[in-house]
Write a protein that binds this ligand. Structure first.
Ligand SMILES: Nc1ncnc2c1ncn2[C@@H]1O[C@H](COP(=O)(O)OP(=O)(O)O)[C@@H](O)[C@H]1O
Ligand SMILES: [Mg+2]
Length: 226
């Protein structure tokens, strides 16, 4: 069963004088897998996620996702409200899942230091969070949502190596709280690639290689993974 995929697709608001943003993409990600998407800045990693979200049109071919999607954007967003409201995002409160998401996203110590815990107002007119805290609140929102497919756009870029490693293990990896869900992880953190089921290497809007980290390493494609 296909978790998500693109068939022979070319897509993008960029079609026209400059040509399509993504070209000749033929990709399918099996249900339940953790798939990393790597490539240099501007290689269309975020565009690939936009395509799967239906935010970018395919001029040729199709993009299809089986089931519901949860998405953590590259630029984390916070709205004026409490920490808890920002994580729940109008979904019902389930104490166990909420606690699991907060802990896995390494937010517990930050919340304990806030004046009113997770009732503390953040965003406009509230407490100003650091970039790393915003990233983890936005990640916790995506994680809390019970979806079939999770799209994460470089979620570890704003956190330090130790915290990033914990988030990878407890949230993103095959032993984390989303194990068994289809996860597409855009990342520059190549140290996590051996723990991903599949790696997609993008360059200039095209898929340069796909396979397990070991396969890519053996084929020499690892050099694209930056
Ligand atoms: N909505 C859009 N409309 C037109 N061009 C876009 C849009 N989003 C991204 N692009 C272009 O697509 C290319 C790849 O961008 P992006 O997907 O953000 O790369 P990456 O995430 O790998 O850094 C860039 O040239 C960018 O200008
Ligand atoms: Mg991007």
């Amino acid at each position: 069963m296909i978790g998500s995929g693109l068939g022979d697709g070319s897509s993008g608001a960029g079609t026209g004088a400059t040509g399509p943003t993504l070209r000749n993409i033929s990709l399918s990600i099996p249900k339940g897998q953790l798939c990393a998407v790597v490539g240099p800045i501007g290689s269309c990693k975020s565009s690939l996620l936009s395509c799967l979200l239906g935010e970018m049109e395919c001029s040729v071919g199709y993009a299809r996702v089986a089931g519901s999607i949860s998405y953590a954007a590259q630029k984390p967003w916070i709205f004026a409200g409490s920490v808890r409201e920002n994580i729940l995002f109008h979904r019902p409160y389930h104490a166990e899942r909420y606690e699991q998401a907060v802990r896995a996203c390494q937010l517990k110590p930050d919340i304990e230091r806030l004046p009113a815990g997770d009732d503390t107002l953040i965003g406009e007119r509230g407490v100003n969070l650091s970039g790393g805290q915003k990233a983890r609140v936005a990640l916790a929102r995506a994680v809390y949502s019970d979806a079939d497919v999770y799209l994460f756009d470089d979620p570890l870029s704003a956190v330090d190596v130790v915290v990033g490693s914990k988030i990878f293990q407890h949230v993103l990896s095959n032993s984390g709280m989303l194990a068994g869900k289809t996860r597409i992880l855009v990342t520059h953190q190549t140290q996590f690639l051996p723990q991903c089921d599949n790696v997609v290497v993008l360059s200039q809007g095209e898929v340069r290689a796909t396979g397990s980290y070991q396969q890519l390493k053996a084929s020499g494609a690892k050099k694209f993974a930056c």
